[in-house]
Design a protein around this ligand. Structure first.
Ligand code: C5P
Length: 311
């Protein structure tokens, strides 16, 4: 078996974006435990950075907002490197350094961004010549949101959320993202959703109002069309989020939604000054941990730095 470290030397840094869900329609739980989805994703300009460097075995370090991230082989970025190495008959001799800026377990697919970034960083470092199709297939096995972190932009996700169709999107759309104290684990939110016995949509598809507003870049129409079937479950587990949503709406947001499984709340603003005002109101209200502005759509995982040495 060839060692990965002798194939190519150097370091590769990849950044991958957070996402917000503009629409999240959830069907009845399947036999495998997953739920069929119709999810409209938008990538926003809050990124995690993953740097891959040659190493002895697979090691990890995390900086930034990394509290609670596992540092062993359960880490999604580590699993991504292992899966790619196995696919190419390589040993995963790599050190992955994750600079986390996306909140952990916040409903913004931060772990998925790390996995997507690790896939692309290792593929570049090891010169695997992977096609985007190969990376997408590996990504889908790692988690439902990982393929979108590779793709970026705006997309409709069907199946578990991993069967993607890119969507035309104007923009930029101006967002305020309000984090909460403490994570909300995705499986717990889906389980609460099942317990609440929701009425499931008969057919799962994209909401035409969301698609039209995205295409034309109309924030008022998009704000009115935001929808998330997991929101009642997130509010059930974290009732305090209702005050966060009310605060952002009172401060002028055109739409307010829990992002994915939460607990981060996403607010759509008319423009950049409105977003700054909403973020300031949320920050001083005491109804969230932190609030910051973001815009989207932005591209998916991309290489931002390489340093190649001679073999
Ligand atoms: O795919 P991923 O590992 O991100 O999913 C995390 C958890 O979220 C799953 O274990 C499952 O409990 C829940 N989930 C689901 N249906 C989906 C996606 C995720 O029930 N379509």
């Amino acid at each position: 078996m060839e060692t990965a470290a002798t194939a190519v030397l150097g370091t590769v840094t990849v950044r991958a974006p957070a996402k917000v869900n503009l629409q999240l329609a959830v069907g009845a739980r399947r036999a495998d435990g997953y739920h069929p989805l119709a999810s409209v994703f938008l990538a926003v300009d809050r990124h995690d950075l993953v740097t891959a460097a040659p190493g002895e075995g697979l090691t990890l370090s995390v900086a930034g907002e990394g509290a609670g991230v596992p540092l062993d082989r359960d880490n999604l970025a580590a699993r991504a490197a292992t899966a790619l190495a196995a696919r190419h008959g390589l040993r995963p001799d790599v050190h992955l350094h994750i600079d986390k800026r996306i909140p952990v377990a916040g409903g913004m697919a931060g772990g998925s961004a790390d996995a997507a970034a690790a896939l692309l960083a290792c593929a570049t470092l090891w010169d695997t010549r992977s096609t985007s199709h190969e990376l997408h297939r590996l990504a889908a096995r790692l988690g439902s949101d990982v393929p979108f972190a590779l793709l970026g932009g705006a997309a409709l996700g069907l199946g578990r959320g991993d069967r993607l169709t890119p969507l035309p999107a104007a923009g930029p759309f101006h967002w305020v993202l309000a984090t909460a104290d403490g994570p909300l684990p995705t499986p717990a939110v889906y389980a609460a959703h099942d317990r609440l016995r929701p009425r499931h949509p008969r057919t799962l598809g994209a909401d035409p109002a969301v698609l039209a507003a995205l295409r034309t870049g109309d924030p008022a129409a998009l704000g009115a069309a935001l929808g998330n079937d997991l929101q009642p479950a997130a509010l059930h587990l974290r009732p305090a989020l209702a005050a966060t949503l009310r605060t952002g709406t009172a401060a002028g947001a055109l739409g307010a939604t829990v992002s994915g499984s939460g607990p981060t709340c996403a607010f759509l603003a008319a423009d950049a000054p409105a977003a700054a005002r909403i973020a300031a109101a949320l920050t001083t209200s005491g109804t969230c941990h932190r609030a910051w502005t973001a815009t989207g759509p932005v591209p998916g995982a991309s290489v931002v730095r390489t340093s190649f040495a001679a073999k």
